[in-house]
Design a protein around this ligand. Structure first.
Ligand code: FAD
Length: 405
């Protein structure tokens, strides 16, 4: 069987690429996926409502060894372009917070929209199909696809790798894209789980165990990793194993083993100034009660108990002790033991080295007709719809380059 383009992976990037690489009556485009359904990660994303883009998308919200690489695709297929597509399909959506756009009803609306667009463009799709063999030929590629134990030889001029990263292996994430990249002599940068909860050491697990399930406005910062300094101010959630919540997921992409992260609870107030004010105004109140003016009750109680001051009136506590307590609450250094890994990570940080790819087209600089798009590439977005926008933009960049090729 002969195709102009074969795309491996019917996820966000692969479907977007198919929509733009195909044309009714034009070159044949086939998308394959080993899963039973297309867009499985879209289906589960954003708690089932898909945070499909972010109005504040800008290159500085993406991590990559080359921070300039993502600029071209993001500027040529923007968040507004994707929003316009969503609007054309009459999909109801809303902005939740920080520019994050979510479907009102279900993420299935986005999957249906992409399938509908693929259908209109005349792209074909085969599910439960695997690529079992591949090689470069002079005009393109020779592939062997397997469906239901049946092997079929296929040739194509363009081969697009859109198999995503390694996060959530139980949903079929394999890291197959990295294998293909290495086969064609592309470098794959160090990959690791990103947007993932961090875990405590045994000592901290013991210290924080009473707080499991509590969440609080916080800020997490980290420096010394390959992407430099970062600070995120959003909710922090204490779990029975460590820390989670948006601020923690964000910082996890910047964090590396051995580095501390600094946790500030209620970063919106000057806690020491507040404690001193309370000392003057309400000297007879217990410290734990005063702290609960600023923190969830259990958290306040735990900090006061940990300092051995829970039952003390604030007037009896020296300013130095209050300052130390304020530092513990607002500049607490934690050395995470690790992360929860690919099992729960939303993304894979790192990937196919962008030095080997053309940033306008996503085509390999060394293997004509070979393209890498979406999460498999060393471009990782912040939490908040940025990763889907990268999938749409890079998929569009490859698709439009292919149809012009
Ligand atoms: P994927 O969407 O992962 O698609 C890859 C496809 O390739 C899959 O369909 C897979 O089955 C297929 N595949 C893999 N290996 C093979 C193989 N060997 N043979 C054939 N097919 C193969 N990002 C956001 O921007 N907003 C969100 O709300 C959001 N929520 C998320 C929630 C969760 C729980 C997770 C895990 C991720 C979330 N993300 C979110 C991240 C986002 O889902 C990914 O960044 C995005 O899906 C990447 O798109 P992709 O097309 O590159 O890869």
């Amino acid at each position: 069987m002969q195709y102009d383009t074969v795309i491996i992976g019917a996820g966000a990037a692969g479907m977007m690429c198919a929509i733009h690489a195909a044309k009714p009556g034009g070159p044949r485009v086939l998308v394959i996926d080993h899963a039973k359904a297309a867009g499985e990660k879209i289906r589960i994303s954003g708690g089932g409502r898909c945070n499909f883009t972010n109005l504040e998308t800008a290159p500085d919200r993406f991590l990559s060894a080359n921070p300039h690489f993502c600029k071209s695709a993001l500027s040529r297929y923007t968040q507004q372009d994707f929003v316009a597509l969503v609007q054309r399909h009459g999909i109801p959506y809303h902005e939740k917070t920080l520019g994050q756009l979510f479907c009102n009803t279900t993420a299935q609306d986005i999957i249906r929209m992409l399938l509908d667009e693929m259908d209109k463009a005349g792209a074909e799709m085969r599910l439960e199909t695997r690529l079992v063999d591949y090689s470069k030929t002079d005009p393109g590629f020779a592939l062997t696809l397997e469906t239901d134990g049946q092997r079929v030889p296929v040739t194509c001029r363009n081969l697009v790798i859109a198999c995503g990263g390694k996060s959530i292996p139980k949903m079929g994430a394999t890291g197959f894209g990295y294998e293909i990249a290495r086969h064609f002599d592309h470098t794959v940068t160090g990959i690791r789980a990103g947007l993932v909860p961090l875990t405590f050491t045994p000592d901290e697990t013991e210290e924080f165990k009473a707080l499991s399930g509590l969440s609080c406005e916080g800020a997490l910062s980290c420096s010394g990793g390959p992407y430099g300094k970062a600070r995120f101010r959003e909710a922090v959630l204490f779990t029975h194993r460590g820390l989670s919540g948006p601020a923690v997921l964000q910082i996890s992409s910047y964090w590396r083993e051995g580095l501390p992260v600094t946790l500030a609870l209620r970063p919106d107030i000057d806690l020491l100034a507040e404690l001193k004010r309370q000392k003057t105004a309400n000297g007879k109140r217990h410290l734990a009660t005063i702290l609960s003016d600023y923190l969830p009750k259990r958290l306040a109680q735990s900090f006061a108990e940990h300092a051995g001051l829970a039952e003390r009136n604030i007037a009896d506590i020296g300013d130095k002790v209050l300052a130390a307590l304020a530092t513990t609450i607002q500049a607490r250094e934690i050395r995470p033991a690790g992360s929860e890994g690919y099992r729960t990570a939303e993304v894979t940080v790192g990937g196919v080295d962008t030095a080997g790819l053309n940033s306008k087209t996503m085509e390999s600089k060394t293997v004509p007709g070979l393209y890498f798009i979406g999460e498999v590439v060393d471009v990782t977005g912040w939490l908040g719809g940025y990763n889907f926008q990268w999938a749409w933009s890079s998929g569009w960049a490859a698709g439009t380059a292919i149809i012009d090729r």
